[in-house]
Design a protein around this ligand. Sequence first.
Ligand code: GLN
Length: 195
Amino acid sequence: MSTPTIGVLALQGDVREHLVALADADALARPVRRPEELAGLDGLVVPGGESTTMSKLAVSFGMLEPLRAFVRAGKPVYGTCAGMIMVADKLLDAREDQETLGGVDMIVRRNAFGRQNESFEAAIEMAGIPGGPVQGVFIRAPWVESVGAAADVLATYGGHTVAVRQGNVLATSFHPELTGDHRVHAFFVAMVKAA
Ligand code: GLN
């Protein structure tokens, strides 16, 4: 595969930043809102934003089951922050009616880094990313409370898991799309090419 086509779920959240980061990492990137737009995608990014709103919109746009099927089919998916919440099999501190796509056998706690730290940045060493730590931008960020045996922990911060991969699904608590450094997107593009 030379240049993969990667969608960015554009129901809500920081879609534009991911489109820029993916293009910078040599992918053809396009926003996706409707089930038929999933056809022909080699991979998908689920952006940061607000997972409860994203969940509601996924239901009302008829996207929930098509997105679940996309993940189940083994297509590569990368979720950042709210996107990490969306690819978790189980949630803590979720809204009662909140849906996820699943894909990673993990329990994710929403807003885990707490009010006093609603937003902060930290240097994060992430397995698979060469060239030193990435700048982790955490905005009302979740953490991974526990992961199943099939998932690999790629990064931790303060003793908490903040990046995981299970098969073709990648998730980070932080937002690499908000930095000018697109090494994590390049890592995902490489996953898409290898899938
Ligand atoms: N706290 C948000 C949620 O629960 C995620 C925040 C983010 O994506 N920056 O969806």
